[in-house]
Design a protein around this ligand. Structure first.
Ligand SMILES: [Ca+2]
Ligand SMILES: [Ca+2]
Length: 72
């Protein structure tokens, strides 16, 4: 992850449609915008680890899940 100061602001940038969740598509677009390539396997592992933190495992990353992943 890039070392940015404000994870909440970063989350809001990743969440393009502003619905409060980052989808795999949004995550990929955001990383590409940062000049990072993300493979399907990387997405799988990021979403598997992050998505389980709030127990919903809905295939999307909420702000709370994002903050946990960020602070690892
Ligand atoms: Ca979204
Ligand atoms: Ca989730």
């Amino acid at each position: 992850m890039p070392a940015l100061d404000d994870p909440t602001a970063t989350f809001q940038k990743f969440d393009r449609d502003g619905d409060g969740y980052i989808t795999r598509e949004e995550f990929t677009l955001a990383m590409n915008a940062l000049g990072e390539e993300v493979t399907a396997a990387e997405l799988d592992s990021i979403f598997k680890v992050s998505d389980e933190h709030d127990g919903d495992v809905d295939g999307r990353i909420s702000l709370a899940e994002f903050l946990v992943a960020w602070n690892k």
